[in-house]
Design a protein around this ligand. Structure first.
Ligand SMILES: [Zn+2]
Length: 82
């Protein structure tokens, strides 16, 4: 993939995260692209499984609607740091 294609792919994956419909396969793909993620892009880095040593602690709440734990820091139900 070219740098342009990787960028486009990362933006697509960001959209999937925002829409809360990223799949396991896409998370694996994101992990494969971790080296191309901007160091300040904490959302994508976290989803790629890159540890954030200076990041804020994750605060979550139980989502009655989703019937699942929801991380307010990541704005996502998939975080396991909350
Ligand atoms: Zn989180």
């Amino acid at each position: 993939m070219t740098t342009e294609e990787i960028k486009a792919r990362l933006e697509y994956l960001r959209g999937e995260i925002a829409a809360e419909r990223i799949s396991q396969d896409e998370i694996v793909e994101l992990q494969g692209l971790a080296d191309h993620i901007d160091p300040g892009d904490t959302v994508l880095l976290e989803w790629a499984g890159v540890p954030e040593f200076d990041g804020p602690p994750h605060v979550g709440h139980w989502s009655r609607l989703g019937g699942t734990w929801y991380c307010d820091t990541c704005d996502s139900p998939y975080c396991d740091l909350a």
